[in-house]
Design a protein around this ligand. Structure first.
Ligand SMILES: [Zn+2]
Ligand SMILES: [Zn+2]
Length: 103
């Protein structure tokens, strides 16, 4: 086994920072857009899209197995995609707020 070089260590640090930013950004964005939507009279949940992306699969409809925090551990071929059980592979739900009012 070779020792981990400084550049590899730096790369890992940058990767971790990017990962944290990627996780934090949608939450901040969702918070800001929710307050904007309510002031505009739009649906707070979906912004009048009438659809909400599944939080479990992030709208993809598929869950990747073999991933830990989005990082592939080992061989890429070991990563399998399975249908999201939360949204049944649709990736989105109809907005409960909008379906209430538009019935
Ligand atoms: Zn889903
Ligand atoms: Zn809505």
């Amino acid at each position: 086994m070779e020792n981990i070089t400084a550049s590899e260590l730096a790369g890992f640090g940058v990767g971790t920072l990017l990962l944290c930013a990627t996780i934090a950004a949608p939450k901040v964005d969702a918070f800001i857009s929710a307050s904007q939507r309510s002031s505009l009279g739009m649906c707070k949940k979906c912004g009048n899209l009438r659809m909400i992306a599944c939080t479990k699969c992030k709208g993809a409809g598929l869950i990747k197995e073999g991933l830990l925090f989005g990082i592939t551990l080992g061989d890429e071929s070991e990563v399998r995609s399975t249908k999201c059980v939360n949204c049944l592979g649709k990736g989105q739900f109809s907005c409960p707020e909008c379906s209430k009012s538009s019935a």
